[in-house]
Design a protein around this ligand. Structure first.
Ligand SMILES: [Zn+2]
Length: 80
């Protein structure tokens, strides 16, 4: 029936542990690639103004929040 089973280790690694997780297949020459299907921001599920980093999608708003946190952390390190 064309089914495959992903080992638990790979499902954990890709955070494919709940019923809302999907994967997509595509091919390159004679290779089949299976990729986590992530159409929305990994943090807030928004699909607006996305950027991709290291295979993960992040929206601009969450990225700006992370930049703010990074700036605060940098200040704390410089105070020490
Ligand atoms: Zn977001």
């Amino acid at each position: 029936m064309g089914r495959i089973v992903l080992p638990m280790e790979i499902r954990r690694l890709l955070h494919l542990v709940d019923d809302k997780s999907f994967v997509e297949f595509y091919t390159e020459a004679d290779t089949v690639i299976l990729k986590k299907y992530a159409p929305a921001c990994i943090f807030c599920d928004s699909a607006d103004n996305m950027i991709e980093y290291s295979g993960m999608k992040i929206c601009k708003r969450c990225l700006e929040k992370m930049n703010g946190i990074a700036a605060e952390m940098k200040e704390q390190f410089e105070e020490q």
